[in-house]
Design a protein around this ligand. Sequence first.
Ligand SMILES: Cc1cc2nc3c(=O)[nH]c(=O)nc-3n(C[C@H](O)[C@H](O)[C@H](O)COP(=O)(O)OP(=O)(O)OC[C@H]3O[C@@H](n4cnc5c(N)ncnc54)[C@H](O)[C@@H]3O)c2cc1C
Ligand code: SF4
Length: 543
Amino acid sequence: MARRPRTGGGRAPDVFARGGWVPMREYPDSDEVDFAIVGAGAGGATLACKLAEAGFSVVVLEAGPFWRPLEDFASDEEAQQELYWLEERLTGGLDPIALGGNNSGWGVGGSTVHFSMISLRFRPEWFRARSLLGYGVDWPIGYDELAPYYEEAERALAISGPLRYPWGPPHRRYPYREHEMNAAGLVLARGAERMGVAWSPVPLATVSAPRGKSPPCVYRGFCNFGCSTNAKQSALVVWIPRALRAGAEVRDLAMAGRIELDAAGLASGVHYRRDEEWRFQRARNVVVAGYAIETPRLLLNSACARFPQGLANSSGLVGTHLTTHAGPGVWARFDEEIRWNKGPPNMAVCEHWNYADEGKDFDGGYAFMSQGPLPRAWAQLVATSQNLWGMALREAMLDYNHMSGLVAVAETEPRIQNRVTLAAKRDRHGLPVARVDFAYSDNDRRMQEHARRFMGRMLEAAGGRDLWSSEDTSHILGTCRMGASPDSSVVDADGRSWDVRNLWICDGSLFPTCGGVNPSLTIQALACRIGERIRRLSARGEL
Ligand SMILES: Cc1cc2nc3c(=O)[nH]c(=O)nc-3n(C[C@H](O)[C@H](O)[C@H](O)COP(=O)(O)OP(=O)(O)OC[C@H]3O[C@@H](n4cnc5c(N)ncnc54)[C@H](O)[C@@H]3O)c2cc1C
Ligand code: SF4
């Protein structure tokens, strides 16, 4: 059934009430709004909220639907695949990345609607990776500059976390207490303690006690398929309601296709398709926040006579230096019942190898977490990794409640040849589809090998047997890197294009290096900072 937009007529869905609505301010296309933002995910929704609360007029264009969690999200792994960006993308290179559910989301809230809620800060030294650790590249801002915005994001998302997190500089306690640990997390804890390394409950963006209209998490584990209770503090239920209250307009099912420039070479607005019709929203500033594949795609597709290589691309770097997190996994059978699907998918973490610089044969770092795949995802992994089918697969699935595993979030090096380009093929809107090319470096492979060995030892120390391993990737980042100079980066430290000064980027594309943790807290902290920087620049007349 074809979807119809839900926002319009002065209202948007109320995510907290079945069939409910909240008022929404609207702007005609012909109004030159202060900011048109493409994408309502981790970066775009956060920035929309911050800018609207600062008094700017904001229109958000979101390609996907405005979800109603209480009605749209079912406890059904198959039906909920619609939360993912499943439009065609091409994948290539020596180590092609599987594109689909493990990458990005579609709809208001973006990938945070189906994310696993892990909310970790970057190691401070990663912002100076080249100068202090000798690999990758330095960020144009330091940890100290981002720290207040990490705190702002943690409070806005009501992170439930431990009283003391064992790694990184001390910071104020998390707003909500940590969640009760599940059995899969206790496996990691037991193994870590037997090996003498630290572990911790994962700071999670799902509440451990009631918060406003959000009830506490009920530990059913459907987090990657949309949380139907609203315990999950996604951008859809945190930043978007605030943005709407502050006067932002969110247009769902509005696919941006091209950014237009005026005669002076400044962005004048966005061409977008909604209800089968191409329209043009005028804007004084344009922000691209479409995820690290769609953001470079839109910039490249906005090539014009003045910028034939695409917008913000005089450095030739748009789309390049794509990083992902390698996700080597190790799995083991335990005699006791684990029932790992109970609770959010990743409840315990070990960041030992993000903070240890000695005794390793690779640059960069990795974290790893306990796992809790639901049955369909587990069957798919067993079938594809172990090549089991028919009766053999059925028998393997009988062990489901006795399994436990660890999967790493392992940093990959930013390399120019790993990139997003435009393919000749066109999508249903007539736009060229994105092609993603990727290959691991030798360092990336050594790190994965190290992670597999270390996690395997930990599972054995915890009492696991019949170990086997798998490969995967998660989180694509870094295709429009921020930096200190126009020849080595796409945007400056504020996400502002060097070439087109009223064009901004605010999503995971900004990351110069990807660190060894999940990125969404850093994306949201960066968006809070960019919002504040824009407010200050505007106050000084420098927008
Ligand atoms: C299964 C899974 C689990 C994850 N778990 C975690 C986790 O536990 N912790 C963590 O930190 N991270 C996690 N992530 C990653 C995290 O969710 C993303 O890295 C993060 O949300 C990316 O933010 P973003 O702003 O770059 O893009 P997104 O949040 O993906 O938002 C981009 C939005 O832009 C829209 N869009 C794109 N192109 C256009 C266009 N042309 N016009 C209009 N709209 C457009 C998209 O529809 C989308 O809604 C997970 C990801 C997946 C897939
Ligand atoms: S386990 Fe918690 S966060 Fe996950 S879907 Fe259930 S209630 Fe939501």
